[in-house]
Design a protein around this ligand. Sequence first.
Ligand code: ADP
Ligand code: MG
Length: 688
Amino acid sequence: MHAALTTLKGVGPALVQKLARLRLENVEDLLFLLPLRYEDRTTVRRIGELLPGTRSLVCGEVLLAETVFRGRRSLLVRIADGSGQLTLRFFHFSAQQQAQFRPGVHIACFGDARLGSAGMEMVHPEYRIIRDGNNPLASDTLTPIYPITDGVPQGRMRSLASQAVAIMRRSPPAELLPDSLRNELDMPTLAEALSYLHHPPVDADLTLLATGTHPCQQRLAFEELLAHYLSLRNLRRLASQEKSPALPDDAGLHHRFLSSLPFTMTGAQSRVIEEILADLRKAQPMMRLIQGDVGSGKTVVAAMACLQAIGSGRQAAVMAPTELLAEQHLQSFQSWFEPLDIEPCWLAGSQRAAARRESLAAIADGTARLVIGTHALFQDGVDFHGLGLIVIDEQHRFGVHQRMALRDKGADGLGQPHQLVMTATPIPRTLAMAAYADLDTSIIDELPPGRQPVTTVALPESRREQVIERVREACAKGQQAYWVCPLIEESELLDFQAAELSHAQLSAALPELQVGLVHGRMKGPARDLVMRAFKAGELHLLVATTVIEVGVDVPNASLMIIENAERMGLSQLHQLRGRVGRGAAQSHCVLLYKQPLGKIAKSRLGVLRDTNDGFIVAQRDLELRGPGELLGTRQTGLPQYRIADLARDGELMPKVQKTAQTILRENPATASALVRRWIADAGRYGKV
Ligand code: ADP
Ligand code: MG
C-alpha cells in the first residue's frame, strides 16, 4: 500500500509532481483521498424527460452538427432519442471533434441540462461515441468526483483511485479497530469502507454520503479522530515521564495573598486552584488548561499558582499574547503582590536596551521571582533561574508545538517547568477533547458575584443616530464606551465601516467627548498609550478594531457598540462583549447590522441576545461556522483532518476517548500503527 505512485499505470515523474500538490505520495494516500461528491450515471435518462438544472446521462443519435457564429464561434450538435431532442453546445472544439459528430452516429453524454433558446441543451457535456451498443459513460456504481489539481483531470484521478482500490482489494490494509468496537458500533472494516466510498453501489444513500454521515464515512472519521487523539495522549504520556520540580510549599504566601484581596474567591475558582496546587506538588510536569468565560477571574487563579512556585523557591513566568495584555497582568500582579514584597519583572519586545539588560540579569540570577511579558520571554538570550511554572494566557493563540517548545526552553537540570494555560474562548466539550487531549482541563464555570449580565440588542445601521445619543448619555453619566469596527480602512471589497472613518464621524458628532482610536496597524507603544488613557478615564469613547478583543479590563466601560456585527463570528462577538460588564454598572452591548439581514445572520445575533453563557455561544458558533473559525486553526496548530470534521463528528469524541484508553492499555502497538497511518508528521509527536 505504501508503494510509490509510479507503480500505477500511466504515472511518470511529471504526474508524481502534480499529485504531490494534493498531498499524494503513495498508493495508500490515494485511498484516503475520498470523493468530494458522487454523480448518478447508472441510469440513462430519456431526453424528453430531462429536467432543467439536473446533471444527467443521455444517449442519442446525431441529427446534425454545425458551426455557428453568433457573437462567438460555437459548435452545435443536435441529438435525438425518440423521446425528444437535445442540443449540445461547444465553444472550444477541434476539427477532429467536429468530424466525429456525423449524422447517424450514436453518442452518450453527461452534463447539466438547461433550457436554452433552442430547447433543452447541454454546454460542454462529457461525451463518448457509442460503438457496438456499449454505453461507455454508463456505470454500474455511482461516479465519484475527486478533488483535482492542474494537469490532473477528473478522469485521470478516477482511474488512479480505481487502481488503488483494486490493489487494496488484493491486499487489504491492516484492520486496526478492535473487532469488539466494530461489532458494538456496527462499523464496516477499513477496506470495506474505502471500497464502498470510492465506488458506492447504485442504491447508496446519496443524502447520507453528501452530508458525510454515511456509516462508511463515519467509520473513517472515527479512526482518524482516534489516531489524532492517541498522538496527543502520547505527548501527554511522554511529558508525564519527564521530571519537574515538585512545588510543595507556598511559604504562607497564599494566606497573606487571600487576606489582602478585596474579594473572596468563587467556588469555581477555589476548586480549580485546588486542582492546580495538587498538580504542582507532584514531581511531574503539570499541563493544565483553564477554561473560563470572559471575566470569570482566571488571572487571580494563576496568581495563586505563581505563589506556590515562588514559595517553593522557584521562578514563575506569565506570558500573554500581546504587550497590552501582558502589561495589564503586570499591573494586576504588581498591586496584588505588593503586600507580599514580590516585585514582578517585566520583559517585552519594546523595552529599551538598558531596562532589558537589567531584566535579563535579574531573571538569570534569580532576583526576579516572577517574570511577566510577551513571547519575548522565550527568545534566545533569556536565561531562567530555576523556572518552576509557566502561565500562558489566551492560549488559543499558541499551538501544541509552541507549547512543547516553551517547556523545553524553560527546562533546566532540575526538570521542566509546570505549564498552566488559560483560555477565554469556551470550547465545547467534545471539541476540547479533540483539540486539547495533551492537556488536563479545569473549568471556571461561575462568574464573581454581583456581575450583571450584559444586555444585548441588535439594531439596524439606520438607527446609528440614536445609538450615538446613547453614547452621549452614558458618557455624560461618567461611564465609558467602546465603539468597535471590523476593519481599519474602507474596503471596497468588504464594505466594512472603517474605524478611522468612524473615529472622525464620532469625534465630530460628539464634540464634548474625548474620543480615542486604536487599531491593529498602530505600533504597540502608540496603541498602548491610547489604551492606557482609556483605562485612566482620560478618554470617554474608544473607537477600536477587534484588537481589543481579548482580555482588556476597564471596569468603568459599560457600553459597547459593535458595527457590522453580522460579519463577525459569535465567539468573537462574545469576547468583545466581555469587555463590558466588568464593573458594578448595568452594561449594554449594541450590535449594529447592515440591512437586509439574512435568516442565518438573524438567528446568529439572536443567540447573543438570548444568552451570556460563553459555552452556549461557542457551541452555536461551532455548529454555524466549524471548529477552525472557533479556535483559529491556523494559529493553534489544531490538526487538519483529512476526513473528520469536528463540527459534524464531534459527538464521536467520547467514544474515541474510551477506545483510546482501551487500545493504550491493551495494545499499544495498534496505537502507533494508527498514528503512523493518519498523521503525516507523526515524528513530531514522539514515538508512540
Ligand atoms: P478573565 O477570566 O476574563 O481573565 P480577570 O482575571 O481579568 O478575568 O478578572 C476579571 C475581573 O474580576 C478582575 O478585575 C478581577 O480582579 C475580578 N475578580 C476576579 N475574581 C473575583 C472574585 N472572586 N470576586 C470579585 N471579583 C473578582
Ligand atoms: Mg484574562
